[in-house]
Design a protein around this ligand. Sequence first.
Ligand SMILES: *Cc1c(COP(=O)(O)O)cnc(C)c1O
Length: 422
Amino acid sequence: MNTNRSSELFGKAKTLMPGGVNSPVRAFGSVGREPLFIAGSRGDRITDADGNEYIDYVCSWGPDILGHAHPTVIKAVKRACDNGLTYGACHEGEVLLAEKIKAHYPSMELLRLVNSGTEAVMSAVRAARGFTGRDKIVKFEGCYHGHSDGLLVKGGSGLLTGSVPDSAGVPAGFTEATLLARYNDAGSVQSLFEQYTDSIAAVIVEPCAANMGVVPPKDGFLQTLRDITAQYGALLIFDEVITGFRLSAGGAQEYYGIKPDMTVLGKIAGGGMPLAAYGGRKEIMEQIAPLGAVYQAGTLSGNPIATAAGIAQITQIEQTPDLYSELDRKAGILENATKKAGLNVNRVGSLMTVFFSDTPVTDYDTAQSADRTEYARFFSYLLEKGIYTAPSQFEAMFVSYAHSDDDIVKTAEIISRYRKEN
Ligand SMILES: *Cc1c(COP(=O)(O)O)cnc(C)c1O
């Protein structure tokens, strides 16, 4: 595999950007390789700067659920560009996208469009605090909610690998109001509420965790969170930045049948453009300026190109009735091959993670027991055979609608040979 051009670009990138990257996981640090520079993408394939082609199971970490460069989305973006890239003023695209989101997420009675998942979570948490007049937030070990100060505590995702267990530069006071609970352990949440009865504003959770690798909620876990938060007058926030439009058009809340007070969306909702959303019950969202006293704003929020991409992608999702059954079928083929190969795998719909661990992975601690060195070997084995997966044990594999049966079968065959050849 010739990767000279990627290597050359990485050399230059390192002199310009910390670690040569604009987001840490891209540096391939935890798999001990140099990153590939991507030159283009289409359908289920990406091509690197040296012309090597890969079947892609990262899919930009989720947004590309229809595959890369979906013609409908690309056309909508090109058309939108002709009308200018940004106005910093109201436009019809914002209304159309908000309407579409609300149709699929009726719990988001009012919502705001912003530019990233991080920003959306940060804003949702501020709204929850403003509404309840309380300060504390409960989050779960291994759940990732973006890189804002208060939530960088046992954050999952890139934070679980490499040498950054947490972040420097966050004053202790900023995380004082963040309480940690164990995923899939409702008892740990109950005890926090018993201790901090009147000071917890919200519980924030990835309804299906996907940033410590995929860890599905146990039966009853989400319902118990719903019950406890209601009982103590706190809000339940679903961070559906990954699961939104992924587990179903209505996200995890539709998939599991639990209605949160607030929801955060990102990734798929923006069709591949920088767009995210947060919203919830009307009386909570009415606290946001200009209606209320919780301030949140954005120069590029609701950007017309981003809304055009989001509208086109969600419309395409609506017009693909077999989308979720096909995603499930395709990912199921990979899951079966992985199990047959004797590997440990967690899967929910089109999200899956192969864990190099002998015990079932149900929370942060069991995820941490996975063997990262073996994962690195697995990653390289796949990459050298033309299959691009997450360069970290603690991320998901994303299957898209564009993954062809041939490519799925090819991937399944390669995975099933892994143990024999390693
Ligand atoms: C990706 C992600 C975020 C952060 O979104 P960005 O757009 O990367 O800021 C937040 N929450 C979850 C669950 C995510 O997967």
